[in-house]
Write a protein that binds this ligand. Structure first.
Ligand SMILES: [Zn+2]
Length: 106
């Protein structure tokens, strides 16, 4: 029973840096260092130092408004010969059914 307790305490002590750093952004990196280099003690100290080190503040980036509309080529009606919005099935000017357009690339 004492051996089991010692094992559990040792396990918790070994992964102490990971437990401390579990709420951090680089928690996975801390865990990797802790897991693979923790036994060297230097790796354990590095992981612990990393876990308690002050995190740089997360830069607050305002979400860029996606206001720029996607450049759509206007629909050229083959009946009235006028340009209109490419959306919709019918020409808003003469009511003709829209046909698939051949877009000019040159
Ligand atoms: Zn039309």
């Amino acid at each position: 029973m004492a051996a089991l307790l010692l094992l559990v305490v040792g396990f918790l002590l070994y992964f102490l840096p990971s437990l401390i750093g579990s709420k951090r952004r680089n928690a996975n990196s801390i865990f990797i260092v802790n897991l693979f280099l923790g036994w060297t003690l230097v790796g354990w100290v590095v992981a612990l130092a990393w876990a308690v080190a002050a995190e740089p503040p997360v830069p607050v980036v305002a979400p860029a408004h996606v206001s720029a509309p996607v450049a759509r080529t206007p629909y050229l009606c083959n009946l009235c010969g006028k340009y209109s919005e490419p959306s919709g099935l019918f020409c808003p000017l003469c009511g003709a059914k829209k046909l698939p357009q051949i877009t000019q690339t040159s």
